[in-house]
Design a protein around this ligand. Structure first.
Ligand SMILES: *Cc1c(COP(=O)(O)O)cnc(C)c1O
Length: 259
């Protein structure tokens, strides 16, 4: 069991006005940073989606981010999806938001697939054909169609999940051929180091992999366009290297109180 779930009621829907303002400021500040990073390399800021990484945040905090302009959220844990998804979806609809993107960005064990399928439209953390096949089979059974990203462990750090970069091309080809899911992108978590060159190298490699997949000419591969890379600390490098989705938690909501 995850102890932090006992410390905070993640289904809570009402937060103080002061916190609402803080989160709105975080969203606007981060959007400005993303736009500046894009413009500095001649990219259109509209080509980069700011995904709010919402682990440990409650429904009220997530709503504040949506009201400030966020349209894509990413949860790490299936259990948090279960606790929050109904409230987030209901309140977003009540606020007139009908284009909410709901991603899973953390590991998904097979026995949790059915729990997230009704709620999420995209699973970014798929690291193998076998996992993608399980997701695809359940999606078909639920009459759902999901977008998936192949997560690649570009840094090779043992603490990180994701597919070995050496295998990623072949895995992606096989995943793209599945019914029930569409391979719409690739995801990576930047190297946990201070060295800019090392961090950038992982992002460059992911972009080259995406380009190679698209260039392979396969019809299904033409959809594999997104590059989910960049977090609070390394999003400027990621945007510079071609990121189309940056996943930001701390920069929007502040430091996490736990985990
Ligand atoms: C938490 C998390 C993020 C956001 O991290 P911050 O440093 O808070 O911006 C992005 N991606 C994944 C997979 C995460 O787990």
């Amino acid at each position: 069991m995850t102890a932090y779930l006992d410390h905070k009621d993640l289904a809570n829907e009402t937060i103080p006005q002061e916190r609402v303002t803080q989160i709105a400021d975080g969203v606007h500040r981060t959007l400005d940073k993303v736009a500046a990073a894009a413009q500095s390399v001649g990219r259109d800021p509209a080509g980069v989606t700011l995904l709010a990484a919402t682990k440990t945040r409650d429904v009220g905090e997530i709503l504040a981010a949506l009201n400030a302009g966020i349209r894509t959220i990413g949860e790490n844990r299936p259990q948090e999806v279960q606790i929050k998804a109904e409230g987030v979806t209901r309140l977003a609809q009540a606020a007139g938001i009908d284009d909410l993107g709901f991603h899973l960005i953390g590991q998904l064990q097979s026995n949790k697939i059915n729990k997230v399928i009704p709620w999420v439209d995209t699973i970014e953390s798929v690291d193998s054909l076998s996992e993608a096949t399980k997701i695809a089979t359940r999606a078909v059974a639920h009459d759902r169609h999901l977008n998936v990203f192949l997560e690649v462990n570009e840094s090779g750090e043992e603490s990180k999940s994701g597919c070995d970069p050496e295998r990623a091309y072949d895995e992606a080809l096989a995943i793209a051929a599945l019914d029930g899911v569409t391979l719409t992108g690739l995801m990576t978590i930047g190297a946990h180091v201070d060295d800019e060159t090392t961090i950038r190298a992982g992002f460059t490699h992911l972009r080259e992999l995406r380009d190679k997949l698209v260039a392979s000419g396969g019809e299904a591969l033409a959809q594999c366009r997104d590059l989910s890379m960049g977090m609070t600390s390394d999003m400027a490098y990621a945007v510079d290297e071609g990121s189309t989705v940056v996943r930001v938690g701390t920069g929007i909501f502040g430091e996490r109180a736990f985990i």
